[in-house]
Design a protein around this ligand. Structure first.
Ligand SMILES: [Zn+2]
Length: 451
């Protein structure tokens, strides 16, 4: 059999035009599984033809409409033709587009212009369509730029993709996210801004050698309100104002600029400071429970190890009681008591003096673990809270949700196992766009921009 493919355009003024797009031949005698139905190569060719036909007709209509002066109704004359490139997801096309002279009546020429102008430049100032840029951004933030280029060429009749182009377009889209004005908040005196919690974590990625550093720190996390959440990723060294972007994310989730924001992170002080800068200090920092719990676990194991040492002759209760109640005290926010328990454990394990090396080593381990937790708590004294109360009342106590973001944003695309080296700017762009892609913000926001 033979298939003819044609397309019919109906313009706004009612005229019609038919395009012959091509033929498909499927001779019966050659029918086999390799020639059943439409093939990818056929589809790519046909889609490219459709795109060319639609683009041609659309440009023709744009020029025709713009040639008529909106003030006096006369036809503007053509100054010259310029070749314009239209890079789309379905092929790259070159079109001769006319530049029109200003109408003699001069009414419409109220604004600054040199006389002639292209009617297409107004609606399409770029070389690539926004859709193509978004597609390159999405794939570039999920895969390496080379891989993204390869995937696009596999499925689409697009022009030959070059990895640096994918990277540059991703950079432009990232910049548009960074430059965007923070959403205007409607100032409603009665409405309260929702309680916002920021979960923070960090990831290390390899740095390119010319930056004289081994690693870059990618800050990733999640902002949550009761009914919305938004991921973010950034490289603090990349831009002049990493906090400005965080502020935008908070405003987008309904923050009113006043209410304190809860930040949950591990003991790394740089992370909450970033938020502090974004919200002018209105931050309630809470130390992640999991990091405390893990250290308590180390003490419990060390004490168990000491008590199980065969030649241990001391009073087991001296070690057992404090170790058992430590977790309870910290969970219920009894920090002073927990501190005292830790001190006691340290003193008692320091007093274990025997000839037996195994007991001495076990006691030294208990002391070291206790000292570790004691220092950790001391450094984050202000960030301790009544975890039990928060947990019972449905508030978060752990930054584990940010750890998912570390995998999604940091490790999957930029992790050390990928053997890629990054510049701060490049890593920042990928982190920003990848967070947007994961949230499904990439397409929505651009439609908003167009509106
Ligand atoms: Zn006119």
């Amino acid at each position: 059999m033979d298939v003819q493919i044609s397309m019919e355009t109906t313009f706004d003024d009612g005229t019609r035009r038919t395009h012959r797009l091509g033929d498909l031949s499927r001779p019966y005698r050659l029918t086999n599984s390799e020639a059943l139905g439409l093939l990818l190569s056929d589809a790519k060719a046909i889609i490219s033809q459709i795109q060319r036909a639609i683009l041609t007709d659309q440009l023709e209509e744009v020029v025709a409409v713009n040639r008529t002066c909106s003030a006096c109704g006369s036809t503007k004359s053509i100054h010259d033709y310029r070749t314009r490139v239209f890079d789309t997801a379905f092929g790259r096309f070159r079109h001769q587009v006319p530049r029109l002279k200003q109408c003699k009546c001069g009414v419409a020429a109220g604004y600054k212009c040199r006389g002639e102008q292209s009617p297409v430049a107004k609606i399409f100032p770029d070389r690539a369509t926004p859709e193509l840029c978004r597609l390159q951004t999405e794939l570039g933030s999920r895969h390496s730029f080379r891989e993204a280029a390869r995937i696009m060429e596999t499925f689409l009749p697009c022009a030959k993709q070059i990895n640096t182009t994918v990277r540059n377009r991703l950079g432009r889209v990232a910049q548009s996210f960074i430059d965007r004005e923070p959403a205007q908040i409607s100032v409603d005196e009665d409405a309260q801004s929702p309680p916002l919690t920021v979960f923070l974590d960090g990831a290390h990625i390899r740095c390119r050698p010319e930056y004289q550093k081994r690693h870059l720190d990618v800050v990733v996390g999640k902002v949550e309100s009761p009914n919305m959440c938004r991921r973010f990723g950034l490289v603090a060294q990349a831009g002049p104002s990493p906090s400005g972007q965080l502020r935008q994310d908070l405003l987008a989730l309904g923050w009113d600029g006043q209410r304190p924001v809860t930040v949950i992170s591990d003991g790394e002080p740089a992370l909450p400071n970033l938020i502090r800068a974004a919200v002018d200090g209105r931050v309630r920092h809470i130390l992640d429970w999991w990091h405390i719990s893990m250290r308590v676990q180390h003490i419990e194991n060390a004490v168990k190890g000491l008590l199980q040492t065969e030649s241990f002759t001391g009073f087991p209760e001296l070690f057992k009681r404090p170790a058992e109640t430590l977790r309870w005290c910290l969970w219920h926010g009894k920090i002073m008591t927990a501190g005292t328990r830790l001190k006691l454990l340290m003193i008692d394990s320091g007093r274990v003096t025997t000839e037996d090396a195994a007991v001495r080593a076990a006691a030294a381990r208990v002391e070291a673990r206790c000292r570790e937790l004691y220092t950790y708590l001391g450094n984050n004294w202000d960030a301790l809270t009544n975890y039990g109360w928060r947990h019972r009342n449905g508030f978060s106590i752990s930054s584990s949700r940010a750890e998912g973001c570390v995998d999604d944003i940091g490790n999957a695309r930029m992790g050390k196992s990928r053997r890629m080296r990054w510049s701060p700017r490049g890593a920042h762009n990928v982190a920003v766009t990848r967070a947007a892609v994961l949230d499904g913000r990439l397409s929505v926001s651009h439609q908003e921009m167009a509106a």
